[in-house]
Design a protein around this ligand. Sequence first.
Ligand code: ADP
Ligand code: FDM
Ligand code: MG
Length: 216
Amino acid sequence: QAVQQGPRGAFIVFEGADRAGKSTQCQMLVEHLQASGVNAELWRFPDRTTAIGKMINSYLTSQSEIDDAAVHLLFSANRWEKREELLRKLASGTTLVVDRYAYSGVAFTAAKGLPGLDRAWCTVPDAGLPAPDVVFFLSLTVEQAAARGGYGEERYEKADFQRKVLDQFQALRDSSWRMIDASQSIEDIQQQLREQAAAVVARCQRGAAPLGRLWE
Ligand code: ADP
Ligand code: FDM
Ligand code: MG
């Protein structure tokens, strides 16, 4: 159900495979929106700057080991701790372009295939968070991603695991998702994103889109 009515900023989320171009496109889209006079900010999850985010960062860079269920809850808590600020920004008319959100949270933990940590369990902690107005899913195969120079050093950046993550993402698709072929050129992808984002921003500005809640 709706958590807010009236004119507001748009809540735009980017999801997709590692190296699909999420960070590149988010950055470009925010700069384009700002240049067009739209009040917009770039956010990312995990937000590694908070106390919880620092624990997550230390886990992702293998400086610490954390139980899989516990770290899943930390990723979720990292979204909940930003919820008030997120709602405040949207209400004040700021559009948020967010690099990963709860879909990554569910997909990465569920991809571990651990007993008790199935997709249904993974969605519970994030249920009730603000739902994005649109999710741009940058779609790229693991082979295409690997051709971009191979994966990095962080935990999860391994081809076999990334394949499982992509399967989990497929199961999480909902009506807010727009699938974008991420094998196109950076400029072609950005052009499509700008058109689609403009429509969403306009709809939110008109107050025609009450903000929903995730997985309720
Ligand atoms: P993500 O945030 O999804 O992991 P990045 O935006 O960091 O992806 O991009 C990963 C790498 O791929 C970077 O080296 C980037 O320059 C390159 N890249 C991004 N988009 C494209 C594209 N459309 N075609 C080719 N290379 C790309
Ligand atoms: N990740 C990200 C999770 O496992 N759970 C989450 O809730 C979120 C938001 O953290 F491997 C994973 C996904 C990725 C890593 O990498 C974050 P980037 O490069 O900062 O997006
Ligand atoms: Mg990135």
